[in-house]
Design a binder for this molecule. Structure first.
Ligand code: DAH
Length: 347
């Protein structure tokens, strides 16, 4: 058998082996055996020096050709095997879409936000607009414009955090009254607004005091507004919040920005007025402060008290929530204990 035939046979045999091979490992063994340093083709190429000068290039070219063909077949087979391996792996990797996912715990609205939204809805239904004020306020709006001049003793009850002598954290939502009044265009009609928000006092925190809390301010200004409007409005709102069976009672009080001023009580919703620990055995619970806007306050905001009159009120959101849900410590609202907050999940 001459060299050429030997190479031809080798090619047929190796090609056959390549076809039958099942794994990459086997394929690599074949490659090493057929094309490696000790393989038959390398042997032939090495033995070329013994050939005659005429035969040498012919045999060399043929051997190279066989080597290239086999190398190509091996490469093709390698790719086929690799693709198969990948397909097999993918087939193994099944995704079970019925597996239950990780449950995401759904949050709830903070109880104070819920109360605020509820009260906003009541006032929106009566045509009030909702106005946002500034938590960082000036002495001018927080006190002066509310008829609390620098020397006024009522300032003592509303000490606060000062950013400068003139700039402070507001002690109540009342300054929003002045800001809204001075901007309102009365040629387009009267003014009806509420303004919920955070207020600050230099108080030491305990069960009933907090250095931050929330109020809702209310203000109505128009021609011919009377105390009757104030009473009717508050009665309507308080019944919506505490139940239709409730009654309200106005007691004379004092606020520098209203004249006359009143303290508004609601008949006790726990004992129906018979007397219990919530109403301190009086049958009534104090719920908010209110009054007819002081003529001086109107004047300072550019409103003529001879033409316009109005009423205002201010309520504490925490107080409403504490009464309604018998919460005995104001600090629960701010310490973010989920055991407390989750009780108010809307069902
Ligand atoms: N600003 C008062 C406070 O923080 C609450 C208040 C009372 C507001 C009477 C009013 C009002 O508008 O008429 O204690």
């Amino acid at each position: 058998m001459n060299l050429k035939e030997e190479l031809q046979n080798l090619r047929l045999r190796v090609s056959q082996q390549i076809k039958q091979v099942k794994t990459l490992k086997e394929l690599d063994d074949i490659r090493v055996e057929a094309l490696g340093k000790k393989g038959p083709i390398t042997q032939v190429l090495r033995g070329m020096k013994d050939l005659s000068a005429t035969k040498r290039p012919v045999v060399g070219a043929f051997a190279n050709e066989i080597r290239d063909i086999l190398a190509m077949q091996i490469e093709e087979k390698k790719q086929t095997l690799e693709r198969q391996a990948l397909n097999d792996a993918l087939a193994q990797e099944t995704l079970d879409v019925t597996l239950p996912g990780k449950k995401v715990k759904r949050g709830i609205r903070h109880i104070l936000s819920q109360i605020q939204e509820e009260i906003e809805d009541i006032f929106l239904s009566m045509g009030y607009k909702i106005v946002e004020g500034y938590e960082v306020e000036s002495d001018h709006y927080n006190f002066e414009r509310m008829n609390l001049p620098k020397s006024h003793p009522a300032r003592d009850m509303q000490d606060t955090f000062y950013i400068s002598e003139e700039i402070l954290l507001r002690t109540h939502t009342s300054p929003v009254q002045a800001r809204v009044m001075e901007k309102h265009d009365f040629t387009k009609g009267g003014l009806r607004m509420i303004s919920p928000g955070r207020v600050f006092r230099r108080d030491t925190d305990d069960a009933t005091h907090s250095h931050q809390f929330h109020q809702i301010e209310g203000l109505v200004i128009d021609k011919g507004i009377t105390m009757g409007d104030l009473k009717g409005t508050l009665e309507f709102v308080i019944k919506k919040i505490f139940g239709e069976k409730r009654q309200i009672r106005l007691r004379p009080s004092f606020f520098p920005f209203t004249e006359p001023s009143v303290e508004v009580d609601v008949s006790c919703f726990k004992c129906e007025g018979k007397g219990c620990n919530i109403c301190k055995y009086t049958g009534w619970i104090e719920i908010l402060g209110a009054g007819m806007v002081h003529p001086k306050v109107l004047k300072m905001s550019g409103i003529d008290p001879k033409v316009y009159a109005g009423f205002a009120f201010g309520l504490g959101q925490e107080r409403i929530a504490m009464l309604r849900f018998s919460i005995n410590d104001i600090r629960y609202f701010y310490t973010n204990d989920m055991r407390f907050l989750r009780q108010f999940a809307r069902l």
